[in-house]
Structures are given as C-alpha cells and as structure tokens.
Design a protein around this ligand. Structure first.
Ligand code: ARG
Length: 487
C-alpha cells in the first residue's frame, strides 16, 4: 500500500523475509483498538470529519482480529488493517493514517500486549503462590534437612522451603507491577520520530486506551525498547527461580531422596523401561528458563547497537518478548500442578534428618545459650565430636563419656552441659526452640503463612484493578465507536 515511491510489488521471498504478519496475530486486536482510539481523537480534534470518522470506525469494528492471518501482500498488521479500512470505507479510509506512523503504532501495540501479558502472567504467578501456601499450611511441622552445597546443613521444615519460593514469586509479581507502570504509557502521536504539525491530542488517545500516561518524548517513544527488555528480564528472573525449584523437586523425587512422589498426571513414562516415572516437566522448566534468558539477550542484542530512531531490527524484538510470555505462562501453570499434585513423604524427610549431623549447630548454640560458652569454642568442641562420631560411624548421642571429655579438653564448659545439649538436639526440640525471624522454627511458620496470605491477597487485588482499568477502557471505547459509526 505504501510502495508508490518504489513502484512494483515486493519480491515474494523478500516479503516473506520482512513480514511480521506471523508475530502480529498477537497484536491484531490491539492494533484495531489503537486505530479506533486514534480515529475518535482525529474526529474530536477536527482533523477528520464526523462522517469520515463514522465510516472508518464502522470499517474498523467490522474487522475480526482472528481473521487477520495471511496478510494478503501486506508487510505487517498495520498495513493490513489500514488496507481493510480503505477497502471498506473508501476515501474516508485514506484519512486513518493522519498524524500517525507505523513506528508509534507498533510501539503502542507492544505496550498494550505487554500490559495484558503482565496481568495474565502475574495472575498465574499468584495462583502458584496460592498453591505453595496451601501445601505449606499442611507441612508446618514436617521436618526435613536444609542443605547448603547440597550437604546437610540445618534442620528445616517443609513449609519454610515452600514459603521461600512464595516470597520469591511475590517479588516477581512486584517486579512486573513496577515494570507495568513504565509500560503503561502511550506512545501514540509520536509519529515517525519527531511528532506532527497537525493538532492532535495525545492525552486523549492515551485516556481512551486506559493508559496511565504518555511516553512523552517522540524520539524515545518510537525508538526505545528498554521496557520490553525490562519485561523479558523480569520473566527471565522469575523463570530462574522456577528452574531452581524444579531442580530441587527433581532431586527430591529420586529413589535416593524419596522426599516426594510426583503426581501421575504430570509425570512421563519411558518407552522402554516399564518402571519409569520421569520428572520431564521439571526438566523442561529448567531448560525453558534458559530460553527465557536467551529471549532477554535477543531483545538487548537487537536494540543495543541501533542508531536512535526506529530501525526494522526492532521488529525482531517482538518475537522473543511474545515467547517470554508463552514460556512463563506454561511454566507457572505446570509448576502449580506439580506442587498441588505431589505427595510428600514425611517419613522420608524425617529419616533424612537423622543422618549428616544436622544436630551439630543445635548443640553448639545450646552451649552458647545455656552455658555462655563462646561460639567459637562451642563450634570447636562440636566439630571434634562430629569427627569422632563420624570415624566411629555413630551419631553424636552415641559417643561415650570418655569421648565427650576428650572433645572438650582445654575448653571451659560446665560439667554435664555437653550431655544435656546433645540430648536436646533432636529436630522437634530444635525447631521448637528456633525463634529467629524468618527461620525454619515452628512458630515462625504460622506467622509467615499469615503474612504471605495477606500479601497474596493484596497482589491479587492490584492485578485485578489493573485488568479492570484496561478492560473497562476497551469496552467504553468500543461502545463509543459503535455509537459514532452509526450516528
Ligand atoms: N512491522 C513493524 C514492526 O514490527 C512495524 C513498524 C514498521 N515501520 C517501518 N518504518 N518500517 O516493528
């Protein structure tokens, strides 16, 4: 439609190469809505007559976004929508692109889609947090080992672990909410790069589309994609967290650990080994996190070397952004199913706490708390005990009086204190005693569950508030367009 200067049609292979039609299906509806808002504003500003606006709006409303697939020779959705409007509304349609460029248009569509994606992905993330809290509430007394370097570290509770990932996801939701504020600015009216001499009202189109504000500087509005990179970074960060959780669950579901058994509905069989129940969904979550990181890198790579102003490179940055949304939506839904469907072996977890000297730090801290022993001394004594017990292949409680005496040689510890400390060191007593804020201690579990449930409620409210602003704006805009097109 724009080839007057060039003459002739675009070569077929070149059209396939430059076309963004396949990726534009995702922004078809946004493109039409953006055009509707633009037309309403043009009419209100007196740049297009009521009659012409009415014809254009009628044509825009008649387009079914889902039908805009093939492209019919158009290079992108913007050209195709305009061509359809011209075909239907005739000369009036030739006024649609007044005071507008595909550069502000595509930037608008991307921002509108990312608003939707942030809302739907945040809602899915909130669902996963809900699942984590639900399972956590059943396991506030389920003891397990905590690991550092994947070596036994301290006694823990399963709820504490699940709450850790709830916190991580709540931060992901928060990060997306913050990015939303920067994305929720309308670039429409920036034109190709430098604005327009026609008297448009940029705030009006922004308002009609439910934007919180405008991306003011027309150079910035058309040529920056930092908000797209920011979105992809937030997704990559979230996926990295999910990947770590997936890795834990893969390990926990091995026969060696046997902490959990994955639900049948999410497990994969082997084509040859009849006994297999494989955690493929978790493995894919790990690998898809790598995709998400790659998507961020693609976006940054496509934009980092661009001379200021729109360059077609930016078209390529849409693809990884869309992919990031797809990846995250799939992973969040699947991880929720995994969490809700897994069965937990309390016995398996409890059994694992009896080996690996998880009581070592408990004994040392008891000596500090009850007997005022300097921590470094307590650490030294218990380390000696662990060494002796390890060599003898027994637990700390099985060492004899002579060994205990030997371990505390040269360190001032009241008589009997070490025996008492060891006797108090089981997981139940230790987790009863552990009170530090945010710890694995039993008391902290119920407090954190309550506070995260409240945080989840607030996050859900904020998400639906944002969804309502957008859907209401679109509804009102479409009603207005229908009225104007029939009037
Ligand atoms: N299809 C293009 C994109 O996705 C739209 C903008 C084209 N603008 C241009 N001046 N060639 O980025």
């Amino acid at each position: 439609m724009y080839r007057t200067r060039l003459g002739g049609k675009l070569d077929g292979d070149v059209l396939a190469y430059v076309s963004s039609m396949a990726d534009d299906a995702a922004i078809a509806r946004h493109d039409i809505l953006g055009s509707i808002a633009h037309t309403v504003m043009l009419s209100e500003s007196g740049l297009v007559s009521r009659k012409d606006a009415s014809a254009i709006l009628g044509a825009l409303l008649a387009i079914k976004p889902g039908s805009l697939k093939g492209g019919g020779g158009a290079e992108d959705i913007h050209e195709l929508v305009e061509a359809k409007v011209v075909a239907r509304a005739g000369d009036a349609g030739r006024r649609l692109h007044t005071a507008r460029s595909r550069n502000d248009q595509v930037s608008l569509d991307i921002r509108m889609k990312l608003r939707d994606d942030i809302n739907s992905i945040s809602a899915l993330a909130a669902e996963l947090v809900g699942a984590l809290l639900k399972v956590a509430s059943r396991h506030t007394k389920t003891v397990m080992p905590l690991y550092t370097h994947l070596q036994h570290a301290q006694y823990g509770t399963l709820s504490h672990y699940l709450l850790a990932y709830a916190d991580s996801l709540l931060r992901d939701i928060d990060r997306l909410a913050s990015a939303y504020g920067r994305i929720d600015c309308s670039p429409l009216g920036a034109s190709a790069i430098g604005g327009t001499s026609l008297k448009i009202d940029r705030r009006r189109t922004a308002g009609l589309l439910g934007f919180g504000g405008i991306a003011e500087n027309s150079i910035d509005a058309t040529s920056s994609r930092d908000h797209v990179a920011e979105y992809a970074a937030d997704i990559a960060i979230m996926m990295s967290g999910l990947s770590r959780m997936a890795e834990d669950l893969v390990i926990w579901s091995t026969s060696e650990f046997a902490f959990i058994e994955l639900g049948d509905a999410i497990s994969s069989p082997s084509s040859v080994m009849p006994q297999k129940k494989n955690p493929d969904v978790l493995e894919l979550t790990r690998a898809k996190a790598a995709d998400a990181i790659g998507q961020l890198v693609s976006i940054l790579g496509a934009s980092k070397g661009l001379a200021t102003g729109y360059g077609r490179d930016l078209q390529q940055a849409k693809i990884p952004a869309w992919r990031a949304s797809q990846t995250a939506a799939g992973a969040l839904a699947v991880m929720r199913a995994v969490i809700l469907g897994m069965s937990v072996s309390k016995d398996g977890m409890a059994r694992a706490t009896s080996s690996g000297y998880l009581d070592a730090l408990e004994v040392a801290e008891t000596l500090v708390a009850d007997n005022g022993v300097p921590f470094r001394d307590a650490h030294g004594v218990v380390a000696r005990l662990v060494r002796m017990a390890h060599d003898a292949g027994v637990g700390l409680g099985e060492l004899d009086a002579g060994q205990l005496r030997k371990a505390q040689a040269g360190i001032r510890i009241p008589k009997g204190a070490l025996v008492r400390a060891i006797a108090q060191a089981g997981p139940q007593k230790a987790l009863q005693r552990r009170k530090s804020r945010g710890s694995a201690g039993f008391a902290e579990q119920s407090r954190m569950l309550r506070s995260r449930t409240a945080a989840l409620g607030a996050a859900r409210k904020a998400i639906s508030r944002r969804e309502r602003v957008v859907s209401r704006a679109y509804r009102v805009l479409e009603q207005k367009a229908r009225r104007l097109s029939s009037g």
